[in-house]
Design a protein around this ligand. Structure first.
Ligand SMILES: Cc1cc2nc3c(=O)[nH]c(=O)nc-3n(C[C@H](O)[C@H](O)[C@H](O)COP(=O)(O)OP(=O)(O)OC[C@H]3O[C@@H](n4cnc5c(N)ncnc54)[C@H](O)[C@@H]3O)c2cc1C
Length: 375
């Protein structure tokens, strides 16, 4: 049997390795990080992501995810709240990604931690621990390009920087945030605030590079400059940061959908990247894992896989990018907030508009009825 090698053990890579291994495929996964680690992410798990995780066989209830069923949009002193059209979950990526990697290993994938891929040349892979020549290659290294397999130039949206920090909250703020995702829009960016466990809040900040430079160029200066944003100040005043410094990532290629045709199955952020505002990037990563593993098992070439994935995700990404751009226009926000306040159904509709199409539950297509069932 030929060996499939998966590069990167995030949601896309671990999801695919898990599916392939459970179908009896010989699979090896190479992950740069030696152990569990945090990632820049809003940690908002949409219903589509939950459904795809269930199809892969991961039990989210066991991981202590917290439910989120309302959205609050805040801009300046204006705010509007509405029910979400689904129940989302808040969960730390450190827990989630690790659980999926463990599942892949338990199903028979050979998971190699602390192995950095340094170059891809055709189907030859060079790593910090030697070279290999797999039968099939799945590239799932997230936003990080690998030498020899770089993505084509991303769109102009790569001017954003993302930050993440976890905070311990006081009882009052914890109670106020229960069941809620708060999106605080400010000039040059926005923040997503939500609980990821009963005690811990995740703050994910997405700012234009120019806005960051204006604030002084670093996290401390940026945060200080944002404390006059009422929606943030009320949450951060008494919050205690849980990391010594925030996680940060730059060069975010929002709106990217892969057009490259080569012999590699590109998954997750290597294949497409939606606007973070709509919290469906994890769903895209997981969907790419499902479609790619179906294609590998049915010997469907990477080019057909790429087109199939693009058809699935492009409409979502277009709508999400449109909304993200609208949120950057102060006049539009000034008009939208009172409208959402008066008619919360409009805000729920906006949230529903940007979802990835749900797939039927049960094992993924093309792999046999029992092949993908959890063991
Ligand atoms: C600011 C921000 C906020 C977001 N918020 C949300 C949200 O709230 N909800 C949501 O659904 N989506 C969100 N997303 C999107 C989501 O985080 C990504 O789409 C998702 O993580 C993609 O998964 P992935 O497996 O492709 O990549 P990743 O999760 O990044 O995994 C890639 C893996 O590859 C490994 N790797 C990288 N390079 C190498 C190498 N050379 N060798 C070996 N291993 C390597 C990394 O260590 C990593 O484990 C957000 C994105 C950003 C930027």
């Amino acid at each position: 049997m030929t060996e499939v090698v998966v590069l990167g053990g995030g949601l896309a890579g671990a999801g695919a390795a898990s599916l392939l291994a459970s179908a009896g495929q010989k699979v090896r996964l190479l992950e740069r990080e030696a152990g569990p680690h945090h990632k820049v992410c809003g940690e908002f798990l949409s219903v589509e992501a939950q459904q795809d995780l269930a199809r892969i066989g991961l039990d989210l209830a066991q991981l202590g995810a917290v439910p989120i069923d309302r959205i609050r949009l805040v801009s300046g002193r204006r705010e509007a709240e509405a029910p979400l059209p689904f129940t989302a979950l808040g969960l730390s990526r450190k827990l989630l990604d690790e659980a999926l990697l463990e599942l892949a290993g338990a199903r028979g994938a050979k998971v190699e931690r602390g192995v950095r891929v340094t170059q891809v040349n055709g189907n030859k892979v060079s790593t910090s621990h030697g070279d290999c020549k797999p039968g099939q290659l799945l590239l799932a290294t997230g936003k990080h390009d690998v030498r020899g397999a770089k993505r084509a130039a991303p769109p102009d949206e790569s001017a954003f920087v993302g930050f993440k920090m976890h905070f311990q909250l006081d009882l009052r703020t914890r109670a106020e945030l229960e069941g809620l995702i708060e999106l605080v829009i400010f000039e040059g960016g926005y923040a997503g605030l939500q609980l990821v466990s009963p005690e811990v809040m995740n703050l994910c900040l997405i700012v234009r590079r120019t806005r960051l430079a204006e604030a002084g160029g670093d996290w401390t200066a940026l945060l200080a400059s944002l404390m006059d944003t009422p929606g943030l100040a009320r949450r951060l005043d008494d919050a205690r940061p849980l990391f010594s410094k925030p996680l940060a990532i730059s060069g975010l290629p929002y709106g990217y959908v892969c057009q490259q045709s080569d012999d590699i199955y590109r998954l997750g952020d290597q294949a497409a990247m939606t606007a973070s505002l709509t919290g469906d990037g994890m769903a895209i990563a997981l969907r790419s894992a499902i479609i790619a593993s179906e294609c590998v098992l049915s010997e469907t070439p990477p080019e057909v896989y790429r087109k199939r994935l693009a058809l699935t995700v492009t409409p979502q990404i277009r709508r999400a990018m449109w909304l993200q751009r609208m949120a950057e226009v102060p006049l539009l926000m000034a008009l939208a907030l009172p409208a959402f306040r008066y008619a919360p159904g409009l805000l729920s509709k906006a949230a529903a508009m940007t979802r990835l199409p749900s797939q039927p539950t049960g094992p993924a297509r093309g792999t046999g009825s029992t092949a993908l069932a959890p063991r």
